[in-house]
Design a protein around this ligand. Sequence first.
Ligand SMILES: [Zn+2]
Length: 245
Amino acid sequence: MTKHLLAFIVVLTSMSAWAQTRPIEVHDRLAAESVGAKRVALTLDACSGRFDDDLIEFLIHDHIPATIFATKKWIERNPVGVAVIKAHLDLFDVEDHGENHIPAVIGAGRKVYGIPGEPDVIHLRREVTEGARAISATFGVAPHWYRGATAEYDAQAIDEIGKLGYKVAGFSLNADEGATLPRLAIEEKLSHIRAGDVIIAHMNKPASDSAEGLSVALLHLVTKGFVFVRLDQVDLQEVPATRLP
Ligand SMILES: [Zn+2]
């Protein structure tokens, strides 16, 4: 074997190892049986940070149901937000976003968007189960869905989350890009919604435009006949991880 060929094989092997461990963003839509009647799901992440009371008060006022993915960290830091959500569990389903908002990628030194992942599988299990324990203890309802910080996962993490008894909650429409988008961009994104979409947005950055953009856009969707469902009422189906609108 020539030296060049050997070098080429070494490069290919390391590329495929990299591809296997590269985290993926899970994309889901409502499962076929759940799609009828222009159904869509609104999911809101409470990562760390604060409570966007404008957004939650808007949803309460206009009776728009949502699924909230909260971390233990957010729950501990936002007692007022927790009290408001607890008083409206008819509207809000609360699910697991982990203990400390650590991405579900496993291996020393691994990061997603600069945020360090888990050093090993034991730490991942703790992140998932302690997050779930905080939800059960605070809201009195055990979660069934898990969404990792950054919504990116590696294959081993997805496998472990499943073994712990949780379903991974992806999404198909990123409405606020981590609460970084201006109001008009949020409205523009939501104008492309289709029946069956799972929207992701954020409720932990009150200084962002998320509440303003979402309230205009969601009301518009209601007038167009869209119906909002929560993840405890439906199932999801994974779709290919292509670029989202
Ligand atoms: Zn998050």
